[in-house]
Design a protein around this ligand. Structure first.
Ligand code: ACM
Length: 528
């Protein structure tokens, strides 16, 4: 595939003299040198170049509304920095970017794609619009980082020619935001969604309730937000999403092929609910709002029937706002709930979620209960719990705290975050294989991985970005790229080159000393 023509040789020489990562006027000519993350299954180059011009159009079949929407998304990405119009049309001509969904092609699976760049045309083919969307993220990363600028740049906008074929190892590649300990506004969550889409993550788990705050409007239990949404860790003003705002977030994520997984944590981590409704407490007395950071002190009164009416109402409203398959029921650190109460509670709550047509995810402690069909165990702390789940036939979602918890500090100098699960530098986040982490939990037991950001110390989007980037990029590759194709040294150099893109996007990322960053602009990363 790697044929070197005369002009190819000339361009190759120019590339050697002016390395493309500094984005010379010649542009890149070797697709295999592009710093794509997650690493695709295969990349072959043929040494020529395709150029975006003001005549480039995006081709999507008329009437395929999903693909036309993806085409509009691509146009929206490319317009600001190029200043070109990128109409989405049905006619192919020289210089088109063509989007194709080929449903008969089983090889791409539900998220794979092929990106074929020739001198004359770019074609992204996939089995689904999601696959085309992921192909667009690859195309985006092959373009110079200046494509991310919000104002017109000089270009040129040159893509090296060749073929990328790709599909993910795991179907669930997620991140989690704890919007309870500190509340994050809709615009902050949207920015987060945009950033994780670039690295092909496809699930966003929102931790919507905890001791410190209840963050989703429930119309049948309005005091949850009127009272329970009023504060956060440290006593700030807190907040909540109205159902309308929440649906807007769900749609925004869906347009980026990201499924939101809502979590209502129970029976512990419920002080905000217990403060809102006295009847959820065994003693019938409402709790005070809580703005500290202790865990394990609260519990719903599992013996009261009203508690199950409450859960049925909450899960019912949440299910109606949730097009995705999952509702997360928490279940972690319920130290104030005796095990003999915890087990029947979890058994019953799983049935409530199933009744509303959703599948259950719960933190690994729930494997102490009898797991319903299709309940997924979310491994974070106790291998024994995860193994109990597998023995019951459950699948596992992997979030080992010492690899994936994004609130863990990078090292002892990190100003934000905690370190109870250890320090997590970028290489620690990268160098593990989900299928070989826990003896007895193999590839087929695992649906994927998730990187949670708990927010006891995280107050705004800049804090989020500092703790999440660049580790989420490492974890995105752990979830997408088969372990046998991954290596730290290779990842390290691709991540270094992503630094410029992150800088252009104004991401407040941690400049890990383990990476030789090429950041393009002045370093501004701060972790407070
Ligand atoms: C957890 O970190 N308590 C799931």
């Amino acid at each position: 595939m790697k044929t070197i023509t005369l002009s190819g040789t000339l361009l190759l020489l120019l590339t050697l003299v002016f390395p493309f990562q500094s984005c010379t006027k010649t542009g890149p000519t070797d697709l295999t040198q592009s710093c794509i993350i997650p690493k695709p299954l295969s990349v072959s180059a043929d040494g020529e170049a395709f150029r975006l011009t003001k005549r480039t159009n995006i081709v999507a079949p008329d009437g395929d509304t999903a693909l036309v929407r993806v085409g509009e998304y691509l146009a929206g990405l490319l317009k600001p920095a190029t200043g070109y119009p990128f109409p989405v049309e049905k006619a192919v001509h020289k210089g088109s970017i063509v989007l194709v969904v080929s449903e008969n092609d089983a090889e791409y699976g539900t998220e794979g794609y092929e990106l074929d760049i020739t001198r004359k045309q770019v074609t992204i083919t996939a089995g689904t619009p999601a696959g085309v969307f992921h192909g667009i993220q690859t195309l985006r990363q092959i373009l110079p980082p200046e494509i991310e600028e919000s104002s017109v740049q000089p270009g040129p906008w040159i893509l090296p020619t060749g073929i990328v074929t790709d599909k993910p190892e795991y179907g669930y590649r997620g991140a989690m935001l704890d919007v309870s300990r500190h509340f994050f506004h809709v615009d902050e969550v949207k920015r987060f969604i945009d950033l994780i889409a670039l690295y092909k993550l496809n699930f966003l788990h929102l931790h919507l309730s905890d001791d410190q705050g209840w963050r989703i409007e429930i119309k049948s239990w309005p005091k949850l937000t009127e009272i329970g949404g009023k504060t956060e860790v440290g006593g700030g003003e807190g907040g909540f999403y109205t159902q309308e705002q929440y649906s807007d977030l769900v749609q925004y994520a869906m347009n980026r092929f990201i499924t939101i997984v809502p979590e209502i944590d129970m029976p512990g981590h419920t002080n905000a609910a217990l403060a809102s409704y006295a009847e959820l407490n065994c003693d019938g007395k409402a709790r005070d709002l809580y703005t500290g950071t202790n865990v394990g002190f609260s519990t719903l009164c599992t013996g009261k029937e009203i508690v199950y009416k409450f859960i049925d109402d909450v899960v019912g409203e949440l299910a109606s706002l949730t097009p995705g398959p999952y509702i997360h029921i928490g279940g972690d650190e319920s130290h104030a709930t005796p095990m003999e109460d915890y087990i029947p509670f979890e058994n019953r709550v799983q049935q409530i979620v199933r009744k509303h047509g959703k599948k259950v995810i719960g933190w690994d402690e729930i494997a102490n209960a009898t797991l319903a069909p299709n309940t997924t165990v979310h491994y974070w702390a106790e291998k024994e719990n995860a193994l109990k789940g597998v023995k019951q036939g459950a699948k596992v979602l992997m979030s080992p705290a010492n690899r994936t918890y994004l609130d863990m500090q990078y090292d002892s100098t990190t100003a934000l975050g905690l370190h109870w699960a250890g320090y997590i530098e970028v290489d620690t986040a990268y160098r593990w294989d989900p299928a070989h982490l826990v003896e007895g939990i193999g590839r087929d037991d695992i649906i994927g991985i998730e990187a949670p950001l708990w927010s006891e110390t995280i107050t705004d989007i800049k804090d989020i970005e500092y703790m999440v980037f660049p580790r989420i990029i490492a974890l995105a590759e752990v979830g997408w790229t088969p372990a046998k194709l991954r290596s730290w040294d290779d990842f390290r150099s691709r991540l270094a080159c992503q630094g410029t893109r992150l800088t252009v996007m104004d991401v407040n990322f941690y400049r890990s000393p383990r990476i030789n960053w090429s950041t393009g602009k002045e370093d501004t990363g701060t972790g407070k």
